[in-house]
Design a protein around this ligand. Structure first.
Ligand SMILES: [Zn+2]
Length: 305
């Protein structure tokens, strides 16, 4: 068994079978041990410092702002956890709220601090960010356009139009991410918006009617003109930026001549393992340490020895 990726919550009971049990949920909504994972405009509450610390206010927070539904995330042996979207408050209020918990606290983008947080804290912040994002984008029924309301402790939304009554479930968009190798070389690309010098694995969303392996082969060919085979699953990673599940693969190149699609990538090239190991001295950088992309690259380097 591989160790889990960043943003996977280990030893965390989602208690999905309790999501319709109102008495059980009410006991947790009023339990002083319950902790809240607040989300403000897709940002998480973190005390900045070295290292940063995720802050989990107690349930009294929810008495202060509005009536937004609490989303039950699950529990550890010590604490039940609920996500709560505070996006209705303005920036100054959000800042005051954060400061009330710690002088250095702010609502920050998880990508800024995720790799530095304890794994389970990072996973809870990612989970809360992902599920609140889904609610924020599905306030109306996609079938008939009527308002929808949260149900099942925030894990479904029901259309309020009785003639429709469609139940909507949280979306996770599957995205393949792959390291294509050719002996001791691997294929990396870069997008214009990335920090200068950063090269990473190729990636792309799975289309309807397509298998994961087909998506890997199609994306690699579209972006770089390389044909690949021996597509091998590695691991998966929740990636709530905003709503992806990354599915990591290795693939072996069956052709070598690059034809980079410059609409998708700014550049794509082969790097030898030695070049990648020397990245820090040559102005190149690898992807973020909390990303599955980084893990695929480092896993391949380790296999080469
Ligand atoms: Zn509807």
């Amino acid at each position: 068994m591989l160790a889990p990726n960043f943003y996977v919550a280990e030893n965390f009971e989602r208690a999905a079978h309790r999501r319709k049990d109102e008495a059980w949920l009410d006991a947790r909504r009023t339990d002083p041990k319950t902790l809240i994972v607040p989300v403000w405009r897709a940002r998480n509450l973190v005390a900045l410092g070295e290292p940063p610390v995720a802050l989990f206010p107690d349930i009294t927070l929810t008495a202060r702002f509005g009536e937004d539904p609490l989303i039950f995330l699950g529990e550890t042996p010590e604490h039940p956890y609920f996500a709560w979207d505070l996006s209705v408050i303005d920036e100054a209020e959000a800042q005051d709220l954060a400061r009330a918990y710690a002088p250095s606290a702010e609502f920050v983008d998880l990508r800024r601090v995720g790799a530095l947080l304890p794994r389970r804290d990072g996973a809870l912040l990612a989970y809360a960010r992902g599920v609140t994002h889904w609610h924020s984008r599905h306030r109306f029924c996609g079938v008939c356009g009527a308002p929808s309301v949260a149900q099942s402790a925030g894990h479904t939304r029901l259309c309020t139009n009785r003639d429709c009554g469609t139940m909507h479930f949280p979306r996770t968009d599957p995205a393949t991410i792959m390291l294509v190798t050719d002996g001791d070389r691997c294929l990396l690309g870069r997008q214009k918006v990335w920090i200068p010098g950063m090269y990473s694995t190729l990636a792309g969303f799975v289309e309807p009617g397509e298998s994961l392996e087909q998506a890997v082969a199609r994306e690699v060919f579209e972006e770089t003109g390389i044909e690949c085979a021996d597509i091998r699953y590695h691991s998966s990673q929740p990636w709530p930026f905003p709503a992806s599940l990354m599915l990591g693969f290795y693939a072996i190149a069956r052709s070598r001549a690059l034809k980079v699609d410059l609409e998708e990538l700014e550049d794509g090239r082969w790097f030898s393992a030695a070049e990648i190991r020397n990245f820090a001295n040559t102005g190149f950088t690898l992807p973020r340490p909390d990303s599955i992309a980084r893990r695929l690259i480092e896993g391949w380097l380790a296999e080469l020895g």
